[in-house]
Design a protein around this ligand. Sequence first.
Ligand SMILES: *Cc1c(COP(=O)(O)O)cnc(C)c1O
Length: 360
Amino acid sequence: MINVTKTYLPDKKKYQSYVDSIFESGWITNNGSLVNQLEKELCAYLNVEHLLLVSNGTLALQIAFKALGLNGEVVTTPFSFVATTGSLVWEHLTPVFADINPDTYNIDVQKVKRMITKKTSAVLPVHVFGNACEVEELELICKEHDLKLIFDAAHAFDVKNDLRNVLNYGDASTLSFHATKIFHTIEGGAIVFKRKEDYDKARLLINFGISGYDQVDTVGINCKMNEFQAAMGLAVLSEMSEIIERRSKVWIRYFDQFKSFRDIQLQKMNSDFSNNHAYFPVVFKDEETTLRIKKILNEQQIFPRRYFYPSLNKLNYLNEYQPCPVSEDIVTRILCLPMYGDLEASVQDQIIEIVCNNLK
Ligand SMILES: *Cc1c(COP(=O)(O)O)cnc(C)c1O
């Protein structure tokens, strides 16, 4: 069975040596030494400061909203994983959807401007499939309207321009280290803050608001990463450059085959930033073609995913329907093809052949 992604398992001995150190110390959670080591190594690898590890990428979003004091309305994208909207609603914030650009699949900056009201406190874009948003334009808009800017960077591990990592834009960026993401800690996530004071505040929030012995400063919750998660992270991180190298070969093989087909639309990537080759989305000319190709692949035990479906503005728990025609159209025509480092070339060629032979 070939799925859209495959969890990367690092060298078992390497993982075990970290686990051995946990058994020796007897310290398995609560800001342990492996969590601290992983925080340091990630800061160095990603070239960021103020990175806080948390238990998953959804709570990373929720903690970022709290630490930055969001309220009222948040302008966000309808084209993302459900956690982007779900985390807002869970925190009693109102998602206001700005439709996406039909080529990049990222939030349309001009539409963001139009959705800002007196109640808006923040903008929450997503670097969809690792494709960096128009970060500078978004920073300008948020500065002009005195709004917080948080990027859901769950797909954007190791995406950078000539100067800096994409995580350094905005007031905060959140990462997911779920097993299906390119870098993972089984379950896990992180928040990268621009300002040290926001990082300090979030550090309290993830540990019940406890600031010291017998001292509670604020209402908090529990979303600490544990030592076993950090052990997996350290083992995977030590192999990261090979992981990305292998993924890029698979990505390029798809790209070279599909680029000349007029009936296959490929994501337009932001050329100022690097590509982490996290996903390979293809958009077909209509839903019928999309579902037909999906069915034929499924018959061969190959399971691409309709990422993302449904368009988030159509979630049944939202109060009112806010139309987003571009996103609603793309979700009916998109498939993410199997994309991971050790996808066999022969299987990949089979996928390419099925796609190309069934466009009409
Ligand atoms: C995976 C993902 C999340 C949620 O992360 P978890 O670690 O699974 O909680 C949030 N946003 C996006 C865009 C994601 O892809």
